[in-house]
Write a protein that binds this ligand. Sequence first.
Ligand SMILES: C[S@@+](CC[C@H](N)C(=O)[O-])C[C@H]1O[C@@H](n2cnc3c(N)ncnc32)[C@H](O)[C@@H]1O
Length: 230
Amino acid sequence: MSRIKLDSRLSMVASLVREGSVTADIGTDHAYLLCYLIQNNICPEGIAADLRKGPLDNARQTVIDCGISDKVELILSDGLQNVPENSADDIVMAGMGGILISEIIEKAKWVYNEKINIIAQPMTHAEVLRRFFCENGFRIRKEKTATDGKRFYVALSAVYTGEKYNMPESYYYLGELLENRDEITRKYIDKLIFTLEKKLAAQKSAGVEDMEFLEKLIDEIKMKVTEVYG
Ligand SMILES: C[S@@+](CC[C@H](N)C(=O)[O-])C[C@H]1O[C@@H](n2cnc3c(N)ncnc32)[C@H](O)[C@@H]1O
């Protein structure tokens, strides 16, 4: 019987899942996350869903190897489309882009429900996802960061409240990260600033005229970071 060990990225995601929740892992691929949650009694059962047959076959194999076939439903599905309504308490979307994650949520109105915990781990465009949450009535509850030594990752949990917000632009880049005072988050933010400054420098050398938006955004982010970290 296999026992699943998670890397730092998926451990971060697992730590945002509520104990006792039936969890749907959308874009599951190998289903390591869901199998780990069930093997460690964090979740009693769950759904592993993927758009493509190959990844879903990988998931099936992991589930069999872990001896938990009776606890996992495998569903071929574009996002949440074939996942039955109200079949999960926690919904995880990890390892996909922030734009795709926003689109998956947007198409599944049953997750606009205050009882459902949405956990997202965007590999790109986290700022698009945060904006989506704010503009569509979701509140971001918590954010976490992780690193594997080379890359930095972010994961966030959100819940529907129905209240829509317009936040300052910097919020869409920092979210709730400034609530964390740990070293990895600090490095994640430093890297974010570095990436934005590189983009600004590239625009300057390309002779782009209107850089005010990006300059203002970088200043705003730096100011918020200084307020917290000094
Ligand atoms: C990089 S893997 C991430 C696997 C795992 N969630 C993780 O974080 O390690 C992305 C997975 O998302 C699946 N995927 C892509 N678009 C999808 C969609 N619209 N609906 C469901 N799954 C999707 C892919 O087939 C692939 O298996």
